[in-house]
Design a binder for this molecule. Structure first.
Ligand code: F6R
Length: 374
């Protein structure tokens, strides 16, 4: 059942190229660049009229939601609000029948996410679910469901479900943009093509990063704390990298927007603190490049205080190798899709550290795969 892998988590990490391909399958046309979401009770007119999108989710799915906010706002120019599902009700969301509710959930049974969905519906909103389990409660109560086709996820730590959620969010953002006319046909075609190249790129990372992460685990598995830093769309990936590490290895880890370091966390840096920095960039995108340059200054702030830096960077970035202790390389991609590549080495790093520490990777203490109580 683990197909020769030592743990379900490792098997599921290696299934990601297939999961991403299946989530995309039948939903895109490479010729026209068009994206199809399938039948739902949310109409094209609803999408055109939408004043905003409210997203609610928990844990890893909440990280996907923040990435989704960047994708949707960039491509479709619709404002997006992201809430922890467990918090959504407590802010008494302002009723807006033209807002669309979006729930992101692997299991489709998370109690807090279901409660947020019911709150949305009570406030007059239509809801769309991005869900991995067919026929789950949240999908049944939604006016539309975009299924991720990651397949059953057994490991408690979400891996392939997460990357499939990112892909589903990218498809949703593209479809919304196409419906609202905010993207040219050329832009659509380029983005869809770039999406179709993702599985091959993930395969490439899996081939190269696994042994590097095993080596890194030897050096850093004894660390007491870890920091993960990123900017812009890479910031939620820093959060997700930290969550993966803490939940399966029990090492305290925090994710931060890189620019926040000087507002407090810099005080933590010393020679015993490993800092993982997301320093990938899309060189064809000016904003992405500027973010990268600023991230390099943050790296220098860490190394100047003797912190150890593990960077995730684009293949061929020789400049960064001179600044940091270790580099994990990923192939180049469009800025909005880089998060799918960024997270792969961080999953492998968390996995190998947890294995070295003798942790029960597939069944971490105190956690359940599906959280059906609020
Ligand atoms: C972490 C993890 C959890 C889930 C969260 C929401 O690896 O798996 O944080 O993401 O419990 O679960 P779903 O997506 O099923 O609603």
């Amino acid at each position: 059942e683990k197909s020769g892998y030592k743990h379900f988590m490792l098997k599921e990490i290696f299934e990601q190229p297939r999961a991403i391909r299946d989530t995309t399958l039948g939903r895109i046309s490479l010729e026209t660049g068009k994206v199809f979401l399938g039948e739902m009770k949310i109409t094209e007119e609803d999408f055109r009229r939408a004043t905003r999108i409210h997203i609610a989710a928990c844990g890893t799915s909440w990280h996907a939601a923040i990435v989704g906010k960047f994708m949707i706002e960039r491509l479709a120019r619709v404002p997006v609000e992201v809430d922890y599902a467990s918090e959504y009700r407590y802010r008494d969301p302002i009723p807006d029948p033209n807002a669309i509710g979006l729930l992101i959930t692997q299991s489709g049974e998370t109690a807090d996410t279901l409660a947020a969905q019911r709150e949305m519906i009570a406030k007059g909103m239509k809801t769309l679910a991005i869900c991995n389990v067919v026929g789950a409660m949240i999908a049944r109560e939604a006016q539309g469901t975009l299924y991720t086709h990651a397949g059953p996820e057994i490991g408690v730590a979400s891996t392939k479900a997460f990357t499939s959620q990112l892909v589903a969010l990218f498809l949703f953002a593209l479809h919304l943009a196409q419906t609202r006319g905010t993207l040219s046909d050329d832009e659509s075609r380029t983005l869809v093509e770039s999406l179709s190249l993702l599985p091959g790129k993930v395969e490439e990372i899996l081939r190269s990063a696994d042994s590097v992460c095993e080596q890194l685990a030897k050096i850093y598995s004894g660390a007491r704390d870890f920091l993960f830093l990123g900017r812009g769309i890479h910031y939620p990936i820093a959060l997700e990298g930290a969550l993966k590490l803490k939940e399966i290895s029990y090492i305290h880890a925090e994710g931060y927007p890189a620019g926040e370091m000087k507002h407090g966390p810099n005080a933590l840096i010393d020679e015993s603190l490993p800092v993982v920095v997301l320093a990938t960039q899309d060189e064809t995108n000016r904003d992405s490049h500027l973010r990268y340059e600023k991230t390099l200054s943050n790296i220098q702030e860490v190394t100047a205080r003797s912190g150890k830096v593990i960077a995730v960077a684009i293949e061929g970035d020789t400049h960064i190798t001179q600044l940091v202790d270790h580099v994990l390389y990923v192939p180049p991609a469009s800025e909005l899709l880089l998060p799918v590549l960024d997270i792969i080495p961080l999953q492998l790093l968390a996995y190998h550290i947890a294995v070295r520490r003798g942790c029960d990777v597939d069944q971490p203490r105190n956690l359940a795969k599906s959280v059906t109580v609020e």
